[in-house]
Ligand binder design. Structure first.
Ligand code: MG
Ligand code: MG
Length: 260
C-alpha cells in the first residue's frame, strides 16, 4: 500500500479542488426538481466545472470492464446506490431521492464529494435514512485524526447506521485521494475500532457511507456502472474529502452551498 502524505501546499490545492466540488453540487442542487432529467443535471455540472478552469474527473474514468464513465457526475436515483449514469430518459419525480457524486481535477489535484437530495417531499422513513447517513459521515470524520486507525472511522459509521437498522453496503469503500482520484488506503464503512492503517497528519481521504433502507446486498446493472440495492430499497450516499490532522480533521469539501 502506498499512502501519500500531503504537504501544506498540496493540501491548499486539495482545498481549492474540493471547494469547487462543493460549489458545483450547490449549482446542481438549484436544478433538482420534478421533471428534470439526470442528463440535464450533468450538463449543468460539466459547464460549471469547466467554466471554473477544472476538469470533470469522472468523465472517461475507466472501470474494470473497459467502459469509461460517459458523464461528469454520477446521478443515482432511489435504489441506485452509486455510479448512476446521467440519462435524458431518467426524469426526477416528486418523492425521489438522488445522490449526486461529483469529482473535479483542478491544478493537478482531485476533489470528491457526494450529497443525497430529496426531490420535493419524500417519505419520513426515507428522510430519516438520509439524516442518519449524513450524521454517520460526521461520526466517521470525528475519528479521522492522527493516531487513530482506519477501523475507527469504519466502526463509527457502521455502529451509528446499524443502530437505526440500516444496511451497510460493503462492496464499495471510501479511499485516499490526491493526484489520483482513488489512492490508498481504502476506507470501508464497516470494521473494527482500533484496527487497520494508522492515520497520520496529511493523509487525505474520502469518507463516504453508502447506506440502505433494507438489506446491504447490491447488484451491478447491465450498463456495467450503475449499482442498485438487490432488494430494491432506497440508498443514501454522503461523502466528504478530509485531511487527517492532530485533534480534529479538516473537511476540505463542503455542503454549505447545497444547504443554503
Ligand atoms: Mg465521490
Ligand atoms: Mg469517493
Amino acid at each position: 500500500m502506498k499512502i501519500f502524505l500531503k504537504t501544506e501546499d498540496e493540501i491548499e490545492l486539495m482545498r481549492k479542488a474540493n471547494r469547487l466540488v462543493g460549489k458545483t453540487l450547490g449549482e446542481v442542487s438549484r436544478h433538482i426538481k420534478p421533471g428534470v432529467s439526470t442528463l440535464q443535471l450533468d450538463t449543468v455540472a460539466e459547464e460549471f466545472i469547466r467554466d471554473n478552469g477544472a476538469l470533470p474527473a469522472f468523465k472517461n474514468f475507466p472501470n474494470p470492464f473497459g467502459r469509461p464513465f460517459p458523464a461528469s457526475i454520477c446521478t443515482s436515483v432511489n435504489d441506485v446506490v452509486v455510479h448512476g449514469i446521467p440519462d435524458s430518459n431518467v426524469l426526477l419525480e416528486e418523492g425521489d431521492v438522488i445522490s449526486v457524486d461529483c469529482g473535479v481535477l483542478l491544478d493537478g489535484y482531485n476533489g470528491d464529494s457526494c450529497y443525497t437530495f430529496c426531490v420535493g417531499e419524500v417519505k419520513p422513513e426515507v428522510k430519516a435514512l438520509l439524516d442518519v447517513t449524513k450524521k454517520s459521515l460526521y461520526r466517521g470524520i470525528e475519528n479521522a485524526i492522527a493516531g487513530k486507525h482506519i477501523g475507527d472511522i469504519s466502526w463509527a459509521v457502521q455502529s451509528f447506521c446499524e443502530a437505526s437498522g440500516y444496511g451497510i453496503v460493503k462492496g464499495l469503500t471510501g479511499h485516499g485521494i490526491g493526484k489520483q482520484m482513488h489512492e490508498d488506503p481504502p476506507v470501508p464503512n464497516y470494521g473494527k475500532a482500533g484496527t487497520g492503517i494508522l492515520l497520520k497528519e496529511g493523509m487525505c481521504i474520502a469518507i463516504e457511507p453508502m447506506i440502505t433502507l433494507g438489506e446491504s446486498l447490491i447488484r451491478l446493472m447491465p450498463d456495467r456502472w450503475s449499482i442498485r440495492t438487490r432488494d430494491g430499497n432506497i440508498a443514501a450516499h454522503f461523502e466528504h474529502t478530509v485531511v487527517v490532522r492532530k485533534g480534529k480533521a479538516e473537511i476540505l469539501s463542503s455542503f454549505d452551498e447545497v444547504e443554503q
